[in-house]
Ligand binder design. Sequence first.
Ligand code: SF4
Ligand code: SF4
Length: 128
Amino acid sequence: MKIKITIPTERIHNPIISESIVETGVLLNIMVANIDSTYGELIADVKESRFDRIKKALESRGAIVSILDQPIHRDEEECVECGACISVCPMNVYSFDENWNLLVDEKKCIQCGVCIKMCPHGALKLGQ
Ligand code: SF4
Ligand code: SF4
């Protein structure tokens, strides 16, 4: 499952992620990390069975943890299969099949919203 970990300014200098991993033994596959000296936001994959454990450890250190459970949804009636979303998606959610039909692999979506802004037909939104 994909989760978002937000580290607020007052905790940004603490090794929240590494301490939580060492304490729990839960592995995080970090897919996106935007961290500077004032704020941190990470997207990670974690096994569903280990989520509660790592969430508790992260939150006890001041992080905010949320589940990314509203992946991209395409309105097939509106989509004209122009391919604009393919080039902007950082997670390769979109592709064409051999007949140039658009394929959407929602499981890879990190809910960044970039493709929504690029779609000329307003065919994309987050959630159902
Ligand atoms: S950008 Fe919009 S219209 Fe174009 S292929 Fe993607 S979903 Fe369809
Ligand atoms: S919201 Fe982001 S990750 Fe999800 S399909 Fe769109 S561009 Fe890709």
